[in-house]
Design a protein around this ligand. Sequence first.
Ligand code: ZN
Length: 110
Amino acid sequence: MTEDLTKKAAEMLLKGATLLSEPCPYCKGVRVMKEGYALCIGCGRQPEKKEIPKQNQLEETSPTIEKTLEKKMKMLTKELELEEDHEKQQNILKTINSLLETMEKIKKKQ
Ligand SMILES: [Zn+2]
């Protein structure tokens, strides 16, 4: 995972992108998706544009660790948007980075 990809992912999230529940077909990494454009944070590949059915929304009965991480991610992204101090921005980016790593570990266990 590179710093650039993390930043790009954070930018996409700021613009309303969502985290894909379907892992990257190449490296099983976490992907962010906006308007049919998916970017893998692990390897940076952008698979062909396609609509992902929102099947996950049917099973939102209890909060899962992934949902919680996703919420945290949104909060951090917002924080990053509002933060003007460069050092603090770096800290937030680091936290986002470790969140993403945690997400990837969870996905690999499945
Ligand atoms: Zn990938």
